[in-house]
Ligand binder design. Structure first.
Ligand SMILES: NC(=O)c1ccc[n+]([C@@H]2O[C@H](COP(=O)([O-])OP(=O)(O)OC[C@H]3O[C@@H](n4cnc5c(N)ncnc54)[C@H](O)[C@@H]3O)[C@@H](O)[C@H]2O)c1
Length: 311
């Protein structure tokens, strides 16, 4: 049983953070959600924090006796292309700040997520292996790949117990996504219920690896609870649940809303999607810390529509 730690979550107001904080509260002592933006509704123990403010992050670690950091703050893939220098700074300088603090204060663990965006056009597209060509074509992917290497470096050189997942595109109903290439797979459910129609910015036959949010949250908690000696990957684990194209998610929605229609109007995000894998080999995660996904496309569609209908 892990010790119940005091935990800082950066970027906690985002798509993952707003669901992960509740899960972390089940297994930790005090969880301090933080974000550059103040929350819309009052949140217990919330701290305003710009992750580029190294001194403030250091003060928080000391003042609140932080023992673990979940570093979620980032500029995602589509937004990163609009402001590459900001993405570089937010996504990478802050990773180094977190790793330095972990080494200095001997934090129990840190979690720094990566992404399927570390892969690129030269990467094998199907069943992409854990260790393969990583040659990203987006600034987001470049920052995530550099971050992975720094994680591995701090584990090897400074003994930091750093853990990471290469999340696929994440789909959830509780919050809207923050400017990634896979956002369409969330928007499509909202528009299906509201308008009965969706204009999709990804081509109909482009498959991307995806995961339903409850699986992603459980994967994160389970990875953090795994005994350190079981883990051989300290850069970032491949993680997978399902892969689908826009045409396939539309077909899944039509089973519930037969009148639903979709048109395809690919934009620059389609170009990004084409550089990413179609499916992921996550056998290392399954073998080393017993990862098992629960949701496939139809099960996710049923749950998304049921929950969004109630909103
Ligand atoms: N959502 C996905 O599909 C997905 C897939 C792969 C990887 N990831 C990774 O997971 C992590 C969380 O992603 P998400 O989807 O919740 O992102 P998001 O865009 O929804 O949330 C990111 C949060 O970071 C905050 N933020 C931005 N700049 C900041 C700064 N300077 N200081 C403090 N906070 C700042 C934003 O206000 C936002 O609340 C990121 O590292 C992301 O790269 C997400």
């Amino acid at each position: 049983m892990n010790k119940r730690a005091n935990v800082l979550v950066t970027g906690a107001g985002g798509q993952i953070g707003s669901e992960l904080v509740a899960a972390l509260r089940e297994v930790n002592n005090i969880v301090y959600p933080s974000d550059i933006r103040a929350p819309e509704n009052p949140q217990e123990h919330f701290l305003q924090l710009d992750v580029l403010d190294k001194e403030r992050m250091r003060e928080i670690v000391i003042e609140y006796e932080i023992e673990e950091i979940f570093h979620l703050a980032a500029i995602l893939s589509a937004k990163g292309e609009e402001n590459p220098m900001l993405a570089w700074r937010v996504n990478l300088e802050s990773v180094l700040t977190v790793l330095e603090l972990a080494a200095e204060f001997k934090l129990f663990k840190v979690f720094i997520p990566s992404s399927i965006a570390v892969f690129g056009l030269g990467t094998p597209k199907d069943n992409t292996p854990q260790n393969t060509i990583t040659a990203p074509d987006t600034v987001y992917g470049i920052t995530k790949l550099a971050g992975e290497r720094w994680c591995n470096y701090y584990y090897n050189k400074k003994g930091v117990d750093v853990r990471s997942l290469r999340y696929p595109g994440l789909v959830g109903y509780k919050t809207l996504p923050g400017g990634g290439t896979t956002d369409y797979a969330v928007d499509i459910y909202h528009k299906a219920l509201k308008d009965g129609h969706y204009d999709c910015y990804i081509s109909k036959d482009v498959a991307m690896p995806m995961m339903y949010m409850p699986d992603a949250i459980r994967a994160t908690v389970e990875l953090l609870q795994a005994p350190p000696d079981n883990l051989t990957v300290r850069s970032s684990y491949n993680l997978s649940a399902m892969s689908f194209t826009p045409e396939q998610i539309a077909a899944s929605i039509k089973k519930h809303i037969p009148t639903f229609t979709i048109d395809y109007k690919p934009d620059f995000r389609d170009d990004i999607a084409r550089t990413w894998p179609s499916s992921i080999d996550d056998s290392a995660a399954r073998r080393e810390w017993n990862w098992r996904h629960e949701y496939d496309l139809d099960k996710m569609t049923e749950d998304m529509l049921m929950n969004l209908e109630g909103v």
